[in-house]
Design a protein around this ligand. Structure first.
Ligand SMILES: Cc1ncc(COP(=O)(O)O)c(C=O)c1O
Length: 444
């Protein structure tokens, strides 16, 4: 009942008062000091850490580290492992792109570029967004080239979020959605994505989680870590919800070239959504150039002007060579890149088929990204413990589902970033482990 009243209030607020974000922002600023993380503050005197003096920003000390770090530390110095944990595929960047970047390097000039990205590049990105995603974006006011999608996520969230604002995060989720929320002093509101629904969001649950303080809905589609791509009907439902409750949406589409049968629907292309959506896409995964650091964000001009200013404050201009790499990617002959996307789709099917044969593991059918999310509940132990056990006893590295939030307990994320041979070998090792482990369990 209480929650229904809440929803009514929210609806009323949205429809009648047109409560502006900026008004909410000034209210929330007053809450700044109430944010606590439970961690003590420290001061450094003569190189020693002394508790209780300088107050380090609790929003920063409160950013969790995640289980990935534990696993990365755990594998240091261990030999002969098959790594099925990484999101860093070992693939050569298409030759065409490398040649163009070399030409730019050899031209010798390495000055700053336009702060928002080379105009020619922004124009091409606008054409691409229109042609491939149905998003009309003004290249001068609504597109910013960023130091990867990671920078885009941070500056958009930092621009929008005031302390105390709530962020709706369907979970398991990409870690940075949470980390950025905490860093902004905002409040994450998790809505579980349930395996029995194929990890599609339950719109009713999302709706129930909305309060007058909810400002942003954030998701990745295709989804890391779940490996699924939400269908058009789901995106339409999310759009309806966002309009009804006056939410802003951040859609991370970094894996948009991988799903089968086709790319996801961009929420910003739907009626009424352009002015409330931020779409982030990039080159790290699509062109296998994670180390180049190239991404872009588009959103409504008024807010983008502030996002751009924050980008300027942090980075001045984006990396010059990254922009030439991005320009080259946009001209890259399809024959040099599309087979690579297909290769990763095939690897995902290979991994999925294999995981189905591992005793005690099951998995929602993956149809996008470089990952799948395997259910390991039948092993009867926490994900982190099983992940460590697999390193020690099977020589296979996976990521505990809890790296992606507590809703990931009972799951492992497996990736196809390594070669087919490694994937096959990894599966064989998992099969042997699974068989022995489940046998021992049964015996008691
Ligand atoms: C969902 C998601 N968003 C963003 C990123 C970071 O992308 P970038 O390399 O463009 O910063 C990743 C990297 O793994 C990711 O999985």
């Amino acid at each position: 009942m209480i929650s229904r009243v809440f929803h009514m209030m929210r609806k009323k607020q949205c429809v009648a008062a047109h409560c502006s974000l900026f008004h909410l922002a000034s209210l929330h600023n007053r809450d700044n000091d109430s944010i606590t993380t439970g961690k003590p503050a420290y001061r450094y005197i003569g190189g020693k850490q002394v508790a209780g003096s300088y107050r380090i920003n609790p929003a920063i000390t409160g950013i969790p580290e995640g289980d990935r770090k534990i696993i990365n530390d755990f594998i240091i110095g261990r030999e002969g492992l098959i790594n099925l944990s990484s999101g860093n595929p070992a693939v050569e960047v298409p030759r065409f792109i490398r040649e163009r970047v070399k030409e730019e390097l050899d031209a010798g000039y390495m000055g700053y570029t336009n702060f928002w990205g080379i105009p020619e590049l922004r124009k091409k990105l606008a054409d691409k967004l229109k042609a491939e995603c149905g998003i009309g974006a003004d290249p001068d006011k609504e597109i910013l080239f960023t130091h990867g999608v990671q920078e885009g996520l941070y500056i958009v969230m930092r621009t929008l979020l005031c302390p105390g604002d709530e962020v709706l995060i369907p979970t398991p989720h990409y870690g940075n959605f949470l980390f950025n929320t905490i860093a902004c002093g905002a409040v994450p509101v998790f809505v579980p994505l349930r395996e029995e629904l194929g990890f599609l969001p339950d719109i009713r649950m999302l709706e129930e989680a909305i309060t007058p303080r909810t400002k942003i809905l954030i998701y990745s589609n295709p989804n890391n870590p779940l490996g699924v791509t939400w269908p058009e009907e789901t995106i339409q439902e999310l759009a309806r919800l966002s309009c009804e409750y006056d939410l802003l949406v951040i859609a991370d589409e970094i894996y948009r070239n991988f799903p089968f049968p086709g790319p996801p629907l961009s929420i910003a292309s739907l009626p009424g959504m352009k002015d409330r959506s931020f779409t982030l896409q990039g080159f790290s995964k699509s062109y296998f150039m994670m180390g180049i650091r190239a991404g872009y964000v588009t959103g409504p001009a008024e807010i983008m002007s502030h996002v751009k200013h924050l980008h300027y404050v942090i980075l001045l201009s984006p990396a010059r060579l990254a922009q030439y790499a991005a320009l080259a990617s946009l001209d890259c002959p399809p024959g040099q890149v599309e087979p690579l996307w297909q290769e990763f789709r095939d690897r995902l099917s290979l991994l999925h088929e294999g995981v189905k044969e591992v005793q005690g593991m099951s998995c929602v059918h993956p149809n996008g990204t470089l990952f799948l999310f395997a259910n390991i509940k039948s092993y009867g132990m926490p994900s982190l413990e099983l992940s460590k056990k697999l390193i020690l006893e099977a020589g296979v590295v996976t990521l505990p589902g809890t790296e992606f939030g507590s809703a990931g307990e009972g799951f492992l994320r497996l990736s196809v970033s390594s070669s087919r041979e490694h994937i096959r070998e990894g599966i064989e090792r998992l099969k042997v482990f699974g068989k022995q482990y489940q046998k021992k369990r049964k015996e008691g």
